[in-house]
Design a protein around this ligand. Structure first.
Ligand code: AR6
Length: 169
């Protein structure tokens, strides 16, 4: 059984085996949680992202996929970069968002990570409504068989925390 915990705060302050980054397909950094992870984690993360880009992801990492790098100066062993879908009012992209959580957990399991911290993927710059983003996050983690022992959702503000707490019940 995987334990799900909720924490309010900055994911770059967490001490876990793997921190998941809500990246973009370029893997070259951005704003939001991505910017915060690269700022605090230092240049080693970007170096490895650049190499991965050149060796495997010339066209970028597709939405719903995930890939791991070093965690640089963060208090973690790995950063798992995943690309959430941009919210669309006309197209249901829920499966892509669920895939971000599943693929991140799959990679975490392969690496032997026992504790994994997730942000609320796609709910910032990519505009996914927080209530639905929280539901998909919690349901997907609950439904995904994994050797990861603890999943920690690290929510930046009150509203995100409250939505996750409501879904978790
Ligand atoms: N710790 C935890 N959560 C955070 C932090 C933090 N330090 N900073 C922001 N959040 P976003 P997205 C929350 O925009 O929607 C980037 O530019 C934030 O409040 O970081 O998947 C990438 O490069 C929100 O609830 O990611 C992409 O271009 C959640 O994290 C794009 O944004 C996700 O917000 C990805 O957009």
């Amino acid at each position: 059984m995987t334990t799900i915990r909720l924490v309010q705060g900055d994911i770059t302050r967490e001490s876990v085996d793997a921190i998941v980054n809500a990246a973009n397909s370029s893997l070259l950094g951005g704003g939001g949680v991505d910017g915060a992870i690269h700022r605090r984690g230092g240049p080693a993360i970007l170096d490895e992202c650049r190499k991965l880009r050149a060796s495997h992801y010339g066209k970028g990492l597709a939405a719903g996929q995930a890939v791991a790098t070093t965690a640089g100066n963060l208090d973690a062993r790995w950063v798992i970069h995943t690309v959430g879908p941009v919210w669309s009012a006309t197209e249901d992209r829920s499966e892509l968002l669920a895939s971000c959580y599943r693929e991140s957990l799959r990679i975490a399991g392969e690496l032997g990570a026992r504790t994994v911290a997730f942000p609320a993927i796609s709910t910032g710059v990519y505009r996914w409504p927080m209530d639905d983003g929280a539901r998909i996050a919690v349901e997907t983690v609950r439904d995904t068989p994994t050797a990861v022992e603890e999943v920690r959702f690290v929510l930046f503000d009150d509203r995100a925390y409250d939505e996750f707490a409501r879904v978790l019940g």
